[in-house]
Every structure is written in structure tokens, then in C-alpha cells.
Design a protein around this ligand. Sequence first.
Ligand code: SF4
Length: 299
Amino acid sequence: MDVARLRGALDRLAARYNASRLQHDPLSIVREYQGSPRDQEVVGLLAAVLAFGRAELIIRAVRDLLGRMDRAPYEFVLTFDPAGDAPRFVGWQYRLWKARDLACLLHLLRQLLEEHGSVGSFFQKAYAETGSVAGMLERFTAYMLSRDCSPFYRSGRLPARAPVRSFFPRPSDGSACKRLNLYLRWMARGGDTLDTALWPTIPAAALVMPLDTHVARISRYLGLTRRRSPGWRMADAITAALRQVAPEDPVRYDFALSHLGISGDCPRRLDLAKCRPCPLNSVCRRYRLASARTRRAAR
Ligand code: SF4
């Protein structure tokens, strides 16, 4: 890997996408709550929970939620009463998530806030005690799955198939934990116009790439990984490769890589017309191979 060349290409990519794509990303809603860290933490968590599917639909669903919470999310969750407040969400749905799932999540989150004061306190303490992102996520998932759910499920525990469970994966099960790593990126890193840097005791150097489908395939084009299955080991391998490019901040290019795919500028089906203006074409193996094939065919 030619690290200097890759860094230059990724910097050009970030310069093109970081500012221009922010309004198309759920992170833009988190940034609207600047000046109110506790609200930002809750908004970020809700946006991360729903961070699957098309970005504009995620943004619409999160805005709808926040409206139903009187745009005071921290206060709303801290005083959330399943019987009195759950009816506010009737009619809300995002893919498999229905009003009841959301109310159950808020009930779990309220228990965390009551015990730890803020989401950030929980995560920063868990990082201090475990010393790794994987350890911190294991701790978070174990904690949330052990909370009471009795207003929603008679057993008091989340059933195996409850949609809420999907937000509590474990690295030790091989999951890439994409939405949790995305949430951590939003909360822990900073230094540019994107993430909030709200959790300074979790170093950006320790974060793990939030592995969405675009980041996974484009990382393969760049030779950052050879793995094909998008689990924790692939996220770890890509992060390790990017650590050579940006040791203090290996996930700094996540936003730009993801939006290169989301925007349609790097489609799944190769399109050389889109590759020619792509800032990554000098380091993209897929483009190099396709260009060589085209030249050979033209001879
Ligand atoms: S050069 Fe083409 S295939 Fe490679 S990352 Fe850019 S758009 Fe995608």
C-alpha cells in the first residue's frame, strides 16, 4: 500500500464530500442540537438506531420522532412513562420498527440515564474500565439487555426476535456493530466539520470503522481488506489499514467513503464514466483493472 498516495486520495475525497453531503446524513440532525450535549447524545443514539436504509427516510423518521418528543429529547427520555407517553408514538413506523419498539427502547434508555446521568457517562466509564471499543460495546449490550422490559413484554426481557435487540449486537458474536460504531464516531471524534467530540476520554485512535455496505465494498476496491463477509473482523482489518494512513484518527474518512457510495457516485455496477472524476481512481484497483482491460480491448 502506498500510504502517502492513499492519504492524498482520501483527503481529496473528504474535501469533496464532507461539507457537501452533511445535509444528506442523519448526523446533520445531531448537529442541530449543538450547545446541548445531553440532547445531542440522545438524538445521536436514536439516529444511530434507525441508521439503516435510505438516508432521507432515516432523517424523516428521526425528525418525526423528535417532534413527538417536543424537541427536548433528553428531558423526554429521562421522564419517559410507558403508560402515559407511549401513545404519542402511535402511527410512527420505520421499516420493522414500530411504535412499541421505539417506546421499549426509550424505556431502556431511561433506565440508563437514571443510573448513569447521561449516555456519555456510561460509555466513557465503560471505555475506561475495559480499555477497548470492543469491550465497551460488549458492556453496553450486556447492560441494555439486562434492563427491565416488563411494560412491553410479560417476561420482563427482550424476546429474541424483538427489533430492539438488533441495536445491541456483540463484537464477540462477529457482528460489525455498524450502528454502534457510527454512534461512537459521531460522539467521540472531532476536529472537522462533522463529528461532535463530546466524549473526549474515548480516543479517536481507538475507534472502529462503521462498516456499511458501501464502506465494505469500496474498501475492497482500495485493497484495505480482502475479507468478503462484513463482520467485526472486516471492520477491524479496514481500521488497521486506515491506521497506517491516519494513526490518530483512522475513521476520519468513514463519512466520505460512505457517501461516495450513498450518492451513487460509485455504483455497484462499474461505470467508468463515474470513475474518471473520482478522487480515488489513482488508488482504486477496480478502476485500474477495468482501465487496463479497456485499453487491451481497444488495441
Ligand atoms: S474509481 Fe470507480 S470503482 Fe473506484 S472508488 Fe472511484 S468510482 Fe468507485
